[in-house]
Design a binder for this molecule. Structure first.
Ligand code: GDP
Ligand code: MG
Length: 427
């Protein structure tokens, strides 16, 4: 079974939490894109964990975790993340963590570039991209310019160090143009020695590993970071990430372009949240926003930034489902709406007086206004519900309405952050 778990919305839908739960039936969990700009919060019997680079399967003893070639890996951050999880009692060895030799390395100068550019944009235009400032856009740019270092090079540092001086000279042309101090070759060698060498033992051809595992009939899960609306091609450009967050990219980003997904599970939130800048049509402001933000605990796991919030957005979610080719949905954070007597849904957008129901191009999106409709809330605690029959009628109505409006089956409903706080709607 090859399954992808992907985000339908703007990210932070609760993918990590669903991967942690659903990975019970899987042998391997594989991250296939992005870097440590991800923040997945997972709460289970072992504790509360925030994962940035490691797949959420790392918390299960019998799951092998893979970082695929589609990823960008900040090696200093990864060393820190591994150390922190080990302190929390999680075992991490080359037997349960495999890093693709083809994944690229996010360098400290990429992080610097990200900061320099966001600051320049802020000063010049007052409109930064809202980047996590973790070097993701610059390292993907380096990758496509074929100037990035790859994890496999850590196995032969003599060659890597030969390549280093020219890359440093090239990068310094940019750094100096921003008025910052140049970096040195020696600093970079020290960086690789400190944070690269300890990771070398995890590096392998993950494509070979996954193909062999697939032949043996193992179940493989592909875990995405962020959501469809943050995809570099299909998202709200330029307020996107710099990688493909789309399920169809999973086999490529994992190192197995020859394999086909059996299904795609889209993680969709019962309301909307969005980190960073850019158009967010269904956005709430003022007291309405504060109430929902507090109820949902909407502060970024990677950055601590308050997230922008709004009601469920049918237009954006239907587009997200289409982009992800989702066969079924896990609807998360339903319990956050427990306190509402009436619940709003953004059913359409209004563009120059016309109602539209297809998600438009970014420039057009700026001019769209939300159309809200109200439905009856359930106004009671759902956090203890574990079966479909435990759910109040109005909650079931809300779920069925979203199913109808989004034209996709909702298979799971999550009513809490803890592993077991989830309902399988088929049971
Ligand atoms: P991800 O990036 O998609 O993995 O999502 P995040 O971890 O960034 O954000 C989801 C947040 O909601 C985390 O703090 C989770 O612990 C929490 N969470 C996940 N599912 C639920 C749920 O059903 N109910 C509640 N109340 N919290 C949830
Ligand atoms: Mg997150």
């Amino acid at each position: 079974m090859l399954t992808s778990i992907c985000g339908i919305n703007w990210g932070d839908e609760g993918k990590g939490r669903m991967v942690d739960l659903l990975s019970e039936k899987f042998d391997i969990v594989c991250r296939y894109q992005g870097g440590n700009n991800a923040g997945h919060t997972v709460i289970n019997e072992k504790g509360r964990f925030i994962l940035n680079l490691l797949p959420s399967g790392i918390l299960r003893d019998d799951v092998v975790n893979v970082l695929g070639p589609g990823m960008v890996i900040d090696i200093k951050h990864l060393c820190g993340e591994i150390a922190k999880l080990r302190e929390g009692g999680i075992k991490i060895t080359p037997a349960n963590l495999k890093i693709s030799d083809k994944a690229v390395i996010t360098m400290p100068y990429n992080v610097l570039q990200d900061i320099m550019e966001e600051d320049r944009l802020t000063k010049a235009t007052g409109k930064p991209y809202g980047s996590t400032r973790r070097g993701i856009a610059p390292i993907y740019a380096d990758k496509y310019m074929k100037k990035a270092f790859r994890m496999g090079e850590l196995l032969n540092t003599a060659l890597l160090y030969k390549r280093l001086p020219d890359i440093v000279a090239w990068k310094n042309m940019t750094i100096k143009a921003y008025g910052f101090d140049p970096i040195t070759v020696d600093e970079m060698i020290e960086y690789f020695e400190t944070y690269g060498k300890p990771l070398a033992e995890y590096v392998c051809d993950t494509g070979l590993y996954l193909n062999a595992a697939n032949k043996q009939g193992k179940n493989i899960m592909f875990e995405a970071q962020l959501g469809a609306l943050r995809d570099i091609d299909f998202g709200i450009v330029p307020y996107t990430s710099s990688s493909s967050t789309i399920a169809a990219y999973a086999p490529i980003g994992a190192g197995v372009p020859n394999l086909k997904l059996d299904n795609s599970i889209g993680i969709m939130k019962a309301y909307s949240s969005c980190v960073g800048a850019g158009p967010f049509t269904c956005e709430y402001f003022g007291e309405k926003a504060e109430k929902l933000r507090e109820l949902g605990g909407e502060y970024g796991a990677a950055t601590g930034r308050p997230r922008r919030v709004g009601p469920f957005d049918v237009v954006a979610s239907r587009y997200g489902i289409r982009c992800q080719g989702a066969d079924e949905i896990a609807l998360t954070k339903l319990d956050v709406l427990d306190g509402y007597e009436e619940i709003e849904i953004c059913t359409h957008y209004l563009l120059n007086g016309k109602v539209i129901d297809e998600f438009p191009f970014t420039d057009v999106l700026d001019d769209c206004k939300p159309v809200f409709e109200k439905v009856k809330g359930w106004h009671c605690d759902t956090t203890k519900c574990r079966k479909k029959s435990d759910l109040p009628k109005e909650a079931l109505d809300y779920i069925h309405l979203l199913e109808k409006l989004c034209e996709c089956k909702i298979k799971y409903v999550s009513v809490g952050a803890e592993r077991e706080a989830c309902i399988d709607m088929d049971e």
